[in-house]
Design a protein. Sequence first.
Length: 136
Amino acid sequence: MLEGRLGRGMWVGSAALALLVAVAVPVAFGGERAAAPKVIGNPVSGKLVFTSWCAQCHTLKAAGSDGAIGPNFDKHKPPLAEATIVKAVTNGGSSVMTRAQIARYTTTMIAYKGALTPTQINDVAAFVYTSTNKAG
């Protein structure tokens, strides 16, 4: 038996050291934190698109907007994924909503495909995503 060869104190000490290494090494090398996903668009450019096209309807503190027609992005839980925002802007809000969610609004967001370029859509999605997915 291993305890007989090492002695009880040595065994407990070895087990404690192994546990410490198992916990400390991943933390030291960032193993406990998932890397932030790379955004598709440019959030800086997206802020301008948001303030020009979206702020009238949506509240988002990062843009200084207080629109009351569409969802308040500061309170949306969980925050929307960037791909979901791209789909909603491209194809209209109802493309990412359930029937129950659609029923809560008197109007739904139109599709901006054609009104905005694909780059502008990706940029505004990156801005909304990074603004609403802050750690902390």
